[in-house]
Design a protein around this ligand. Sequence first.
Ligand SMILES: *[C@@H]1O[C@H](CO)[C@@H](O)[C@H](O)[C@H]1NC(C)=O
Ligand SMILES: *[C@@H]1O[C@H](CO)[C@@H](O)[C@H](O)[C@H]1NC(C)=O
Ligand SMILES: *[C@@H]1O[C@H](CO)[C@@H](O)[C@H](O)[C@H]1NC(C)=O
Length: 455
Amino acid sequence: MAKQAAVGWGHHHLQNRWLLALLLMLSVSTVIAFFMRAAFDSCDRNVSAAVDGIASARHVIQAAEKRAPQIAAAKPSPLSFMKSKVVLLVSHELSLSGGPLLLMELAFLLRSVGAEVYWMTITKASETDEVTYSLEHKMLDRGVQVSPARGKEALDTALRADLVVLNTAVAGKWLDVVLKEDVHRVLPKVLWWIHEMRGHYFKLDYVKHLPFVAGAMIDSHVTAEYWKNRTQERLKIKMPDTYVVHLGNSKELMQVAEDSVAKRVLREHVRESLGVLNEDLLFALINSVSRGKGQDLFLRSFYEALQLIKEKKMQKRIQDRVHFVNKTLTVAPYLAAIDVLVQNSQARGECFGRITIEAMAFQLPVLGTAAGGTTEIVVNGTTGVLHPVGKAGVTPLAKNIVKLATHVERRLTMGKRGYERVKERFLEPHMAERIAGVLKEVLRKSKIKSGRHQD
Ligand SMILES: *[C@@H]1O[C@H](CO)[C@@H](O)[C@H](O)[C@H]1NC(C)=O
Ligand SMILES: *[C@@H]1O[C@H](CO)[C@@H](O)[C@H](O)[C@H]1NC(C)=O
Ligand SMILES: *[C@@H]1O[C@H](CO)[C@@H](O)[C@H](O)[C@H]1NC(C)=O
């Protein structure tokens, strides 16, 4: 189970005292509430859950959402052509991981325009799983029909659907297991949404039907390119028509990010609970805990940054400046509490890295690796600063940390630019617009194919 964690540290600006906060979220707490969607990186399966300690923070968020005026969108949804269409969403699992949460967002977007939406979860958690239970009920409340992923009913729904969205590469196994000899009747209306960029997904077992689906939807250009290369070189198969769809921030997140009262309360609350002073600067890394996310290299950069500012009176050891925080469903309080987001994902980087646009919504500059989706989100030198992956990036990151710690104006300006960039292209309506373009295309193609079938 992947774990969501945040790492950060602060710099007491006035007294030149540094503080490091490593926020590690290690276990699922029993509090499950869904005011906020968890931040996640879309390549990975980050699990998150609510932390007891920020229960009150959640109330602030809830209040903020109530306070935010419910502006009825004057513009019709770009997805309105999906009205009355039957859509089947197939998820490899139902959890607070990035993939399923994103698919759920799509489910609600489609419901909001009157589509008939079915949800199937391939791997069922134990019946007592509170998370699964809550998520299912959240969907049922919003008119999504949660149905069994196997058996005749599943097959019938797949055959009847106008569109089948298969979520993540792993979900490919479902095709053969459930559809059996009917698989070729369904493939022409399958849109495969891929959020992974790891070698072990390039297995024929998972993706052998990929060339025959109507389309693949991928979160960033660099990931799409990677899939194209890998499928060709490794598996000798051809990608179907591939659409790059950058993600967008949910309305809920934006409401908190744009509510200065809520933000201030959350900031004070979290910083107090961490023992971080008002004047401290807090850098944070919010990701699952794994080598690929570069937590270790981040700590090294921190150490170098300390040396760079020649912090001789540093009495506390680095451990004393590290905070561990449990997994959280509500990243908003942490985004409100910190000053800089560090995105230190290694190797090919993030597939997209949704936490990056979430942080930018909170007017935070981003110090990120020059890899993966981060390069498509962060404008180097304008909304953040990029550093190389690997050991080569340790010193540049340390220098960037010092730069942002010592140039207040620059830090704040970058944060504002990041926010403007989010408003221009990384909001839910932008994502909906992009997805609408893809769905239209996929429906058009599958109609042509099924027409040919009948002739
Ligand atoms: C894909 O392959 C081309 C040519 O071999 C290469 O230039 C490019 O960097 C590769 N892209 C990725 C994302 O691997
Ligand atoms: C995380 O949560 C677990 C169980 O809920 C608890 O035992 C642990 O002390 C918490 N860790 C931190 C660092 O808060
Ligand atoms: C980003 O900008 C920094 C400084 O402005 C520069 O040193 C670095 O090479 C740039 N990185 C990329 C990937 O453009």
